[in-house]
Design a protein around this ligand. Structure first.
Ligand SMILES: NC(=O)c1ccc[n+]([C@@H]2O[C@H](COP(=O)([O-])OP(=O)(O)OC[C@H]3O[C@@H](n4cnc5c(N)ncnc54)[C@H](O)[C@@H]3O)[C@@H](O)[C@H]2O)c1
Length: 132
């Protein structure tokens, strides 16, 4: 995939994986890198180095993938996006992929939101906005 000069949105970009993706993107000839994150687990510190690059920006209006209006706005003009937020956190309690089943069993709605609604929001809005 040729990302030269492209506008890229990294959802969950302040988290462990997302911030490393941002760091990798900074090394490429990408036009702009936007981080969309609700900072429930991610931190600005994770992006400290990357943010020194003027191409890296945090989407300032908000960052929750359940807020579809904001997600729409963030995805406008985006050529490519990557979602590392889905399933990372629910109801203020962190869980990893391996414990998703437990969360789904004990708190079915939280598990459903994390595993289904969040990824669906991202995919459907990405398609609507024409981002790949
Ligand atoms: N870290 C690993 O080794 C690993 C391995 C396999 C799979 N995964 C999966 O990859 C994904 C990312 O893992 P990670 O380690 O980077 O997790 P992480 O918690 O460090 O990062 C997730 C990011 O998503 C953000 N986030 C959470 N809920 C959000 C929401 N509703 N809207 C917007 N942002 C939200 C958090 O603030 C955080 O910055 C998770 O789904 C995880 O289960 C991680």
């Amino acid at each position: 995939m040729d990302l030269r000069g492209r506008r890229v949105l990294v959802i969950g970009g302040a988290g462990f994986i997302g911030s490393h993706v941002v760091e990798q993107l900074v090394r490429e000839d990408v036009g702009e890198i936007i981080v969309y994150d609700d900072f429930t687990r991610g931190t600005v510190k994770n992006l400290e180095t990357a943010l020194r690059d003027p191409r890296v920006k945090i989407f300032e209006l908000g960052g929750n993938i359940l807020h579809t209006d904001l997600l729409d706005t963030a995805m406008k003009g985006v050529d490519w996006y990557l979602n590392t937020a889905a399933g990372a956190q629910t109801g203020g309690e962190a869980f990893s992929t391996t414990s998703t089943t437990t969360v789904s069993e004990t708190r079915p709605f939280s598990g459903f939101v994390a595993s289904t609604i969040r990824p669906w929001n991202v995919t459907s809005h990405g398609t609507t906005c024409g981002a790949g």
